[in-house]
Design a protein around this ligand. Structure first.
Ligand SMILES: [Zn+2]
Length: 342
């Protein structure tokens, strides 16, 4: 059995299914690749394009795609004229019908140098209904050499008529151990960070939430500094809310709370994840954690208060987040959350 898409992290079932389809010549004319941002949809799409065009496709013992032949290299570096990207235009919220009409004319032209022409529609769930209907006409009877890959966060936003013509492949968040292994083997900056600060490296892995895209972004020192600052503010908030709540501690927290709506929302989102971790630890000490990268630290914080108390704070954070969404006054929301008696 050939190694399938060695560059793609996790998503084992999806990779093996795709490679089997390709090797048996059972590839569908269209696939919907659905998953949260950063779960590797683009990389998978490029790998599909490379796998069907790879010169070494039928060679034993060579991974699919090989990533070294001329076709693989052109596709992976984004310069193959036969792999066409359809994107939302800058400043536009949706992909309009004009972008899709272009495809209709273009599919009639044979590939330049590959056996296939691959159309990768990014953010396919942002196509207008008109655009989706226009695409449908091509999806119904595409030329033999055409493959469509529709990338989206949620296939539910695509028309049923499109979903019924394209199998849905769901990408999954990458597990922390696979993420760590992947980053260290492909990104020298990640290996250097791990060697210099295991703590910072683990914080990055946890904060990525299984998104390779986010993890790669956090390797940038400036972004990582911002991330660390943000995570410290979430810790400070949670520790004070669950601590002794002396007048001094509360005043200090009030003064450090964000004044801007989006920043407060982000703090509450982080606090929500942290408090959820603490509640889970009350039930099971080995529960998977979303915010804390250090289990001992999380267990220590979880021991500060009984589950009922933590749950109350968690619910107050959810209510504050909801109030912010409904345009509540930021200062008032902070006061109600931090000193509810006033
Ligand atoms: Zn190849």
């Amino acid at each position: 059995m050939k190694a399938s898409m060695p560059q793609v992290v996790s998503n084992d079932a999806l990779r093996s299914r795709l490679c089997t389809d390709i090797l048996k010549g059972k590839l569908s004319h269209a696939y919907i690749i659905e998953g949260a941002a950063g779960t590797g949809k683009h990389l998978i799409a490029k790998n599909i394009a490379a796998a069907i065009s790879c010169i070494e496709k039928d060679s034993d013992g060579i991974p699919l795609p090989c990533l070294h032949c001329i076709n693989c290299r052109k596709i992976m570096s984004g310069i193959s004229p036969d792999v066409i990207y359809i994107k939302r235009e800058d400043g536009k919220a949706q992909i309009g019908v004009e972008s899709v009409r272009m495809i209709k004319t273009d599919v009639a032209i044979m590939p330049n140098d590959l056996d296939y022409k691959v159309y990768i529609v990014e953010e396919a769930d942002k196509m207008t209904v008109q655009a989706q209907n226009a695409l449908l006409l091509t999806l119904e009877e595409p030329p033999e050499y055409v493959v469509f890959l529709l990338l989206c966060d949620s296939a539910g936003l695509l028309l049923e008529t499109i979903r019924s013509r394209a199998p849905i492949l769901r990408t999954e968040p990458v597990k922390p151990c696979s993420m760590s292994e992947f980053l260290c083997s492909y990104e020298p900056a990640a290996a250097r960070l791990k060697a210099s600060s295991e703590k910072d490296f683990q914080e990055l892995i946890t904060a990525s939430g299984g998104s390779v895209g986010k993890a790669l972004g956090y390797l940038d020192p400036e972004k990582r500094a911002e991330l660390n600052l943000y995570r410290e503010s979430v810790r400070g908030f949670v520790n004070t809310m669950l601590g002794d709540r002396t007048g001094e501690a509360v005043t200090e927290l009030m003064e450090s709370m964000p004044q801007k709506r989006e920043e407060l929302q982000a703090l509450l989102d982080g606090a929500g994840l942290a408090l959820r971790d603490l509640l889970l630890l009350k039930k099971c000490e080995s529960a998977p954690l979303c915010f804390y990268s250090d289990r001992e630290e999380a267990l220590g914080v979880s021991d500060l208060r009984p589950a009922g108390y933590i749950l109350k704070i968690y619910e107050n954070c959810l209510s504050a987040g909801d109030a912010l969404l409904h345009n509540s006054n930021v200062r008032l929301t902070v006061t109600r959350l931090v000193c509810p008696g006033e």
